[in-house]
Design a protein around this ligand. Structure first.
Ligand code: FE2
Length: 242
């Protein structure tokens, strides 16, 4: 994909995102201008706040234990958020959405790592649900068109996470031509970034850092991947598609 063309389209798409995903919206509120609408705050954000997890830490007892959820959210995600805000202040960057920041050229390392950590985890919490009801017929048909079958799609997604060496993420992204693809990125990188091997708009992200699963699964990342795919909020995933 032409990266400059993608960047242009992503920024345009970002305008739409400010009115859609609830978690992303709440994550972009400023502390100092609470009277602003959420949409305005998202665009004018100079600092980001940790999004709340509306389903709580005990939502997935069979899939992700409560201690992992709490540490992951209140320590790891909070840490990325704090360090992102410090890095933005240091770089004198303000008035941009997180998507606009992450698609910038030559991101400073601290913003790349912590901005990625902030965005990636926000998406991760947003697309999980304790009441997963499967895919709509519309989403299923889109996935069958692009991957052959729902089973093939889920297998490819789990494989992307399993094959990621070390820490990183498995992604489902949408291209400019609406087609879906699966990829993986290392560390806290994501497909919005210019450094990504394949760019795209993330609609689903699975954290495969050990901190996401090690207390319950130890070295069995494959088991974690098989289970977490069962708690995806497919309607939320579909709502992120253009
Ligand atoms: Fe994580």
């Amino acid at each position: 994909m032409n990266k400059r063309k993608f960047l242009k389209n992503t920024v345009i798409a970002t305008t739409g995102m400010t009115v859609a995903p609830s978690v992303l919206l709440s994550s972009c509120k400023t502390d100092t201008k609470k009277e602003e609408t959420t949409e305005t705050a998202a665009v004018a954000a100079t600092s980001f706040t940790l999004p709340e997890i509306h389903y709580g830490y005990n939502a997935f007892p069979d899939t992700i234990d409560a201690m992992t959820m709490e540490i992951h959210h209140s320590k790891h995600h909070q840490g990325y958020t704090n360090k992102l805000n410090a890095a933005l202040k240091e770089a004198n960057i303000s008035g941009k959405t997180i998507e606009e920041i992450l698609t910038m050229d030559n991101l400073p390392t601290a913003i790349r790592n912590n901005g990625g950590g902030f965005y990636n985890h926000t998406l991760y919490w947003d697309i999980l649900t304790p009441g997963s009801e499967g895919m709509s017929e519309s989403l299923k048909s889109h996935i069958i068109k692009d991957f052959g079958s729902e089973e093939a799609f889920k297998n490819q997604l789990a494989e992307a996470g399993a094959k990621r060496f070390g820490s990183g993420w498995a992604w489902v992204c949408q291209d400019n031509d609406k087609k879906l693809h699966i990829c993986s990125t290392p560390n806290q990188d994501n497909p919005l970034m210019q450094v990504a091997e394949r760019m795209g708009t993330p609609i689903l992200g699975i954290d495969v850092w050990e901190h996401a699963y090690y207390l319950k699964y130890q070295n069995k990342r494959g088991d974690y991947l098989q289970n977490i795919i069962k708690i995806i909020n497919w309607d939320k995933v579909a709502s992120r598609m253009s």
